[in-house]
Design a protein around this ligand. Structure first.
Ligand SMILES: [Zn+2]
Length: 246
């Protein structure tokens, strides 16, 4: 986002992303621009210790998982957090949760991701027992059923959706009632918390796992995205692409 009203109820609470007059960067040719002028309110300071290519996707993937963890109180040491789906967002969620001293379990239907989760990301477990989690960050964007996830939660547990699933799952109210459990949702957040998230990432050396590509690889990258043939976020190296083509 690059602009908002600055005066509505949401803007006054640092929730620019919910402003009815929000201006998305798409209108300004986005990240493909060589130069961009924005109000300083919408600029984020990237600390020197963070490499730009690994920090760039934090501004979407990072804040998308960091914000609900903070808002819903799923950020305390020794709490048990479940992460459904180990894609771009899931990996960052695991990194934040581990930096916060939480116990993390990845819930995934692909056994191939187990080694990476346990060995590379330091996930505590991949298998799951019922009624053991304080919260679950659900990143799944395809169709899914809620009941198995609700059953993993302890009493007062929270299931937070951040994946853009277009298929509405049926909500099983009785299992929610029986454990005073909550289903919530979240997207990215305002500028203040985005800066806090970047500073937290810098302090704990958290960057997003990425694949750096030159500009002329874009079409192939888009084809790979459509096929689901990606492991990490693509980051386009605009500067090197420009220099090497002259
Ligand atoms: Zn506003």
């Amino acid at each position: 986002m690059v602009g908002s009203s600055g005066s509505c109820e949401n803007c006054k609470q640092d929730l620019e992303v919910y402003c009815p007059e929000i201006i998305w960067i798409l209108k300004t040719f986005g990240g493909y621009s060589e130069n961009i002028v924005i109000d300083e309110h919408f600029a984020v300071l990237i600390p020197n210790s963070l490499p730009l290519h690994g920090a760039a996707p934090l501004l979407c993937a990072g804040i998308t998982v960091y914000s609900p963890m903070m808002y819903y109180g799923l950020c305390k040491p020794r709490q048990h957090l479940g992460v459904v789906g180990l894609g771009g967002l899931g990996r960052v969620a695991v990194k934040f949760a581990k930096a916060l001293g939480m116990k993390v379990t990845v819930i995934s239907t692909s056994p191939s991701k187990k080694n990476e989760a346990v060995e590379r990301l330091g996930v505590d477990s991949f298998l799951v027992a019922m009624g053991t989690m304080d919260g679950i960050i659900n990143i799944v964007s395809g169709p899914y059923t809620l009941l198995p996830l609700i059953n993993l939660l302890k009493t007062n547990g929270k299931l937070i959706a951040v994946g853009a699933s277009t298929e509405a799952p049926e909500i099983p109210y009785i299992p929610l009632m029986m454990g005073r459990k909550l289903i919530g949702g979240s997207t990215t957040r305002g500028m203040k918390e985005t800066q806090e998230m970047v500073d937290f990432a810098a302090k704990h050396n958290i960057i997003v796992d990425i694949e750096v590509i030159p500009m002329n690889y874009m079409n192939t990258a888009m084809e790979r995205l459509a096929k689901g043939d990606t492991k990490y976020r693509f980051v386009i190296d605009v500067a090197n692409t420009l220099y090497s083509s002259f």
